[in-house]
Structures are given as C-alpha cells and as structure tokens.
Design a protein around this ligand. Structure first.
Ligand SMILES: [Zn+2]
Length: 323
C-alpha cells in the first residue's frame, strides 16, 4: 500500500525500536514495552507485532495509535514526535524513514494522498480571471446588505446576476477559479430571493472536487503558515478572510475529497483546523474529515453552537473561536 516502505521497515522492527531507545521484552509474535509516545509508566502498555502482522501496534492505555495511525509509519511518527523537539507530520516521517533506510529506490509518488491524481486538473477553462474582473466586477449589493465588506467581495469577485439569459440568473455569484487563480472554472450562485422549490445554492458547471472555494486566494497564506482552515461554504470563506484568516478555504459541502486531500499535502500543510456548521450534518462531516486527515496532519475541530455556521458570527466572535 505504501509502495514498499512498510515492507522494508517490517523486518527491521527491532532496529526501529533500538533507534528510539525503546526498552522492550520480546515474545514469540510481538514486542511489549512501556509506551514511549505518551510517556506511560505501565510496563506493558504498548504492543508491537512482529512481521506478518502488518500494520499493528497498539497502546493499550492511551491509544496513541489512534493519533498517529496503527501501521508502522504511524509507530515511527509517534516515536519521532515523542523524542524530538519539533513535530513530525506525515510527509516528514516518510522522509525520515527513507533516510533511515539508506534512501532505497522507492517511488514515493505511489504513496496515496501525497500526490495529485494524474487527471487532477481537468477542470474547464471558461475564461481568464483577468477578463472576468475587467468586465463585470460590480460587487454584490445583496451581499453588501448582508454585511460583507466591499473589499472581500472585490477580492473574490462576488457579484449579483440579473441577466435572465444566464444560468445563475437571480443569484449572487461566487466565481470559482483554478488553483493558480488564472482561469474561471465554474461558479456557485446563491438565490437572492428564497424560493421553496429552488435550491439555495447551485453550481453552474461541472468542475471537479479537486479544489476548494477560495484556494487560489488562500494558497499563499497556507504555504507560509503550513495551516489551513476548512469551512463548508462560500460565505464562510468570505467571513473568515474578512476576519484576517486568509488561509480559510471552502469544501463546497461537508466532505473532503481525495483530490482535495492530495492538494493539501502538495501545498505543504501540516495542521488542519475544521470549522464546519454546528448542525448534525456539519459535525458528522467533521468526524469523517478528522478520520481522513489524522494520519497526515495535526487536526483540530472547532465545534460551533448548533444551527450556526461561521458566516453567522462577527469578525470578533470568529477570532475568539480560532485563537
Ligand atoms: Zn501511548
């Protein structure tokens, strides 16, 4: 599964334990020791299974394997984090292991979720962003009335569509650009007047789940800080950017796709903060994202009061949640 890294580590399990000065007792199928990851004082809190029991170590007192992942990569990552001053994330751990193994020829591009799928950027190139900005960059009056700032609406080119020939007629349009911020690849429109029979938000093209809303704008901040804030929708992104959290991006819902996960890894993310809506769908989504991300990043979930989403709060309140 990890293109041979685990297979190369497995026969060297004892060396791994010795490298980290773990005092262990050997049994026929496993090693037993005090868990060095959470500094346990129980001499049998950790069990590391020998070759043939792929992906198995367990900390019986603190369940450290749940934080780092139950395979050997997770074990090494946990040991690295317990012994070093700095934090080791998924990618650093892979680099450390490869070096420790003497740089074997391993194709790291096969490691799942570390590399973008080949067909990653098949999104339509509808128009250049520069063309969009010069042609109709009138900020949305509707969103201004909702309390969004002129500045953020201009940054994200949010506009109202009153052209009845357009697909997003009668909606406030949030354009979606490619990850470089060069091409328009689609848009989401929010109904200006709520009609029961129409969805509040709808997209207008079939762009793929290989980007986030606002990624093109947040990319620089994500790269600089190594952190990202995941929110559900367009308004949440606008609100967070207004509050100065320029590393916030929108999921277009409550799920994190494999393509989005790969994009985070590629951008060098080490910490993920999840800030989804306070309702059940939001929190169930957050649970799934935690599961999906925790092998790769340091994950923090911020739970909002029920029935609230980030866009409902003032800049000050959002700052209080996040800092
Ligand atoms: Zn432990």
């Amino acid at each position: 599964m990890y293109s041979g890294i685990i297979e190369l580590l497995e026969p060297r399990l004892e060396d791994v334990l010795k490298t980290f000065n773990v005092q262990y007792n050997e049994f026929s199928g496993y090693y037993s020791c005090t868990c060095p990851i959470h500094n346990s004082d129980n001499p049998n809190s950790m069990v590391v299974y020998k070759e043939g029991y792929i992906g198995s170590w367990k900390c019986y007192t603190n369940h450290c394997e749940e934080e780092y992942g139950g395979n050997l990569l997770g074990l090494v990552r946990g040991l690295l984090n317990s012994s070093a001053e700095r934090r080791y994330y998924f990618r650093d751990t892979i680099d450390w292991i490869l070096k420790w193994l003497g740089n074997p020829k391993i194709d790291i591009s096969q490691v799942p979720h570390l590399v973008l799928p080949k067909k990653f950027d098949e999104n339509p190139h509808i128009a250049l962003r520069s063309t969009i900005r010069s042609s109709h960059n009138t900020p949305s009056v509707v969103f201004l009335e909702k309390g969004f700032s002129l500045e953020v609406l201009r940054t994200f080119d949010v506009t109202d569509c009153w052209n009845s020939k357009k697909e997003l007629y009668g909606r406030t349009v949030c354009p979606v650009y490619d990850n470089e911020g060069v091409w328009l690849i689609g848009a989401w429109g929010r109904l200006i007047e709520q009609k029961e029979y129409l969805p509040k938000w709808r997209p207008n093209t079939g762009f793929k789940g290989t980007t986030f809303y606002g990624f093109w704008e947040a990319k620089k901040s994500i790269e600089e800080t190594g952190t990202v804030i995941l929110v559900e929708g367009m308004c949440d992104v606008l609100r967070l950017h207004e509050a100065g959290f320029k590393n916030a991006v929108g999921l277009f819902g409550v799920n994190l796709t494999d393509g989005q996960l790969a994009l985070l890894n590629k951008t060098g993310v080490s910490s993920v903060t999840i800030l989804l809506d306070g309702d059940e769908a939001g929190q169930q989504g957050a649970e799934r994202i935690i599961k999906k991300c925790s092998n790769y990043f340091n994950v923090k979930n911020i739970v909002l009061p029920k029935e609230k989403d980030p866009a409902d709060f003032s800049i000050k309140e959002i700052t209080n949640f996040l800092i």
